[in-house]
Design a binder for this molecule. Structure first.
Ligand SMILES: Cc1cc2nc3c(=O)[nH]c(=O)nc-3n(C[C@H](O)[C@H](O)[C@H](O)COP(=O)(O)O)c2cc1C
Length: 512
């Protein structure tokens, strides 16, 4: 099995990772949420606050507050019904879906959330967040501090953390529709969820540190997940103090814990094999902290003229709950309205704020680069640009109106790019960090891109715009626009962005 070829096809020839005669079995589709059976239940508060900021959260503590944070992060927030023209030209087809505040490829939400809690009002242990019922289910009871410390490579003493969040991927949840292309979506989806948790938990005054590196098999054992169908992608301790990185001596693994026996329901009767995902998942696993690595900040040696400085602005301070409620993917609802350079400056500044991960020694900006094609912006000639976060300026790559080449590069014309003034691309290293992290680098890179994406979408929503994340574009064609091949980068996701009409669908809220 040639995994390098698989990753190349995922990025540049996605039709080659899906069989030509592929038809998803919609009648046997899995549920978009995992349902555990026969576990001890901890209900969460369903009286959810309309806003989520220091003031509104100050009146809540403990489990009540945690329930609000989880709901804003990954709860099922709405139910929608959308009408599309029928394929036979007669009548309309309606589509119903549960929605969340994070976007997800095809609205399938392959990620799951687990949480380790040490709180007075609930038994200490590992829980699954049951999004369908907005409750926690106890998977493993007891204190696992020292086990977790070792599974995180002794780099962190989390004894006084408020909790630890685990983001997993359940492969079948979106494989059933996208076949092996789902692997690309899974990392981006997990990243968007991580970005959402960073924003939501920051409003409660929590600091977070995202771990992409840990002993996978130990962590999956701790959560009781079967690594053939689900695996952990990231671990996020959160606390109301700054994290101090510990450098404790590495020790031999000891202190195993018993397996947990759980049962869950996911609806599909016929679950297919996903051999490439299984293989790359196995190849990505770390068995020893000696495999953990750091990234070195890259120095940009590209020619940096001509540069257009952006207006000097502070990152926007916004009402997160409102930004979440307004965020959606507009699809055909974009309207062609001018955006000022100041709005663009706020959008980009708000998106690239530094955060803490185990990829760097200290807080660091994302190592992704934001590129964009702009049309009809006030005070900016049409063209393709790179955003330089360091100098907060746009570096011109090429001049001109790129809407037609971008539209031609779309695999499905479900967004009219002539209606959007801004089309952004998040780009990253073409070799997906393979040199540093081996095959694990691919999913780390996709998660980083997803985290940046989510901050971009929330900031856009707060500024009265919206972005529609897309993978249905020809990466080679877009890379050519920004001349990326020569500098070793590639476009990882496309985000047309602008103002929009209200969505034409029926929408019902799922909370009181
Ligand atoms: C990683 C990722 C890839 C996506 N790719 C596409 C795409 O190729 N085409 C598309 O129309 N929408 C795409 N979407 C948008 C989703 O379909 C959308 O988020 C989902 O239907 C939920 O709707 P919402 O964003 O309005 O909440 C993508 C979203 C994500 C997070």
């Amino acid at each position: 099995m040639d995994l390098d070829r698989f990753l190349y096809h995922l990025q540049f020839q996605s039709e080659r990772v899906i069989p030509a005669d592929w038809e998803p079995a919609w009648d046997d589709a899995p549920l978009p949420y995992k349902l555990y059976q026969h576990l001890q239940e901890v209900p969460l508060d369903c009286d959810l606050p309309f806003s989520i900021n220091e003031e509104s959260l100050a009146s809540t503590t403990g489990l009540k507050r945690l329930g609000h944070l989880l709901w804003y992060t990954y709860g099922q927030t709405r139910y929608s019904e959308t009408a599309n023209p029928g394929t036979d030209g007669l009548g309309a087809e309606t589509m119903q879906a549960f929605r969340r505040f994070v976007p997800s490829g095809g609205g399938l939400y392959p990620s799951e959330l687990y949480i380790y809690l040490k709180m007075e009002d609930v038994p200490e242990g590992i829980y699954h967040y049951d999004a369908a019922h907005h409750r926690l289910l106890l998977i493993r009871k007891g204190n696992v501090d020292s086990y977790l410390r070792r599974a995180l490579g002794n780099r962190w003493d989390g004894t006084d953390a408020q909790g630890i969040l685990f983001v997993t991927t359940m492969f079948w949840k979106n494989f059933f529709k996208y076949n092996h292309f789902s692997y690309r979506l899974q990392g981006l989806d997990a990243g968007a969820l991580l970005g959402q948790w960073q924003e939501v938990s920051a409003r409660a005054g929590f600091s977070t540190n995202v771990h992409f590196q840990f002993l996978d098999r130990r962590i999956n054992h701790l959560l009781g997940v079967d690594e053939g169908e689900e695996t952990t992608y990231a671990i996020v301790p959160f606390a109301d103090r700054e994290f101090i990185r510990e450098e404790m001596p590495l020790s031999e693994w000891s202190g195993d814990i018993p397996a947990v026996e759980t049962r869950h329901y996911q609806r599909s009767i016929n679950v297919l094999d996903f051999p490439y995902i299984q293989e790359i998942n196995q190849q990505s696993m770390f068995d020893s902290p000696q495999q953990f690595r750091l990234l070195t900040g890259k120095e940009d040696v590209r020619h940096t003229e001509p540069a257009q400085p952006l207006p000097d602005v502070e990152p926007p301070d916004y009402d997160l709950a409102e930004a979440c409620r307004k965020r959606h993917s507009p699809e055909l609802d974009f309207i062609n309205q001018k955006i000022s350079l100041k709005q663009l400056a706020l959008l980009l500044k708000g998106t690239v704020q530094p955060y803490s991960t185990d990829l760097y020694e200290k807080e660091h900006r994302s190592s992704m680069t934001i590129y964009g094609c702009f049309h009809g912006m006030e005070g900016l000639p049409d063209g393709a640009y790179r955003y330089d976060a360091q100098t907060h300026s746009l570096i011109e790559v090429d001049q001109g109106d790129f809407r037609l080449p971008l539209q031609k590069a779309m695999k499905l014309d479900n967004v009219n790019l002539h209606q959007v003034p801004i089309c952004l691309h998040i780009a990253g290293e073409r070799t997906h960090y393979k040199k540093v992290f081996g095959y694990r680098g691919y999913r780390i890179q996709q998660m980083e891109a997803g985290m940046l994406l989510q901050r971009l979408l929330l900031t856009a929503s707060a500024l009265g715009m919206n972005g529609h994340p897309l993978l249905g574009y020809d990466a080679k064609a877009c890379d050519r626009i920004y001349q990326l091949e020569g500098c070793g980068e590639t476009t990882l996701i496309q985000i047309p962005l602008g103002r929009y009409h209200p969505k034409s669908c029926l929408l019902g809220s799922l909370h009181t």
